[in-house]
Design a protein around this ligand. Structure first.
Ligand code: MG
Length: 241
């Protein structure tokens, strides 16, 4: 699990270096896939879910501005002032890694910077609530209260998730909830936490490409994700470089 997640972390580090005005999201996808395959790992998003009529066609999700998650890489050229969520998954020796960051393209304004900081901060608030004996609802409420307390909204339709031999396993970890509810966390459980935050209303919809999730009001969105292992103390962040 740790090795799969370190490959994901390496891809996201490369994305930090390469995201810039003038770069296309397809170029980022090619770079990411080369890193993953260079480690003899498999890009888990590509062709997901197996057997579907509209499998995801790329190795990263590249979601720009009002695109919240699941954006398909393509000819779109990143512009100064954009923000882009890059989500990446890799399978190594049968185990999955999964993580995401939202990155600025060139200079962004202070308002946009704050949305990114609050979203990343809520991820760490969720991680701080994840320990053996607590419940998924404790993580959920930590994320939700962090976000809503700062004037933003969380998405309801998409959640964090258990991860291991499959990319999406039980338990689901919503970004909203109530303390003391949901499945109990046990030492050694591996979970992907992924706050998805909207500057405007929490309404989202899926575009005709069957994948890209956008905010209904087209306001900006941000997304951060880590895969963690639960311990008796602070969680072990497997996807941190
Ligand atoms: Mg995930």
């Amino acid at each position: 699990m740790r090795r799969a997640n370190q490959i994901v972390a390496e891809v996201l580090q490369l994305m930090r270096e390469r995201v810039a005005p003038g770069v296309t999201t397809a170029e980022l996808d090619e770079l990411a896939e080369a890193v993953i395959r260079g480690h003899d790992a498999i890009p888990s998003f590509k062709g997901y879910p197996p057997g579907s009529a509209n499998p995801f066609p790329a190795s990263i999700c590249a979601s720009v501005n009002d695109e919240l998650v699941h954006g398909i890489p393509g000819p779109r050229v990143l512009q100064e002032g954009d923000i882009i969520s890059v989500d990446v998954g890799a399978i190594l020796d049968g185990y999955h890694g999964d993580a995401a960051v939202t990155l600025p393209v060139g200079q962004i304004n202070a308002q946009v910077q704050k949305l990114m900081e609050v979203t990343e901060g809520s991820l760490y608030a969720g991680i701080a609530a994840a320990r053996a004996g607590s419940r998924t609802g404790d993580i959920s409420v930590a994320i939700q209260s962090y976000v809503e307390g700062r004037g933003y909204n969380v998405v309801r339709e998409y959640t964090g998730h258990g991860i291991g031999r499959e990319m999406h396993e039980d338990p689901q970890v919503p970004n909203y909830g109530k303390p003391g509810t949901g499945p109990q966390l046990r030492k050694g459980m591996t979970v992907a936490l992924e706050p998805m935050v909207l500057a405007g209303d929490s309404c989202v919809r899926v575009l005709d490409d069957h994948w890209t999730v956008v905010s209904c009001d087209r306001n900006l969105t941000a997304h951060f994700e880590h895969t963690i292992a639960v311990t008796d103390g602070d969680a072990d962040i497997l996807s941190r470089l």
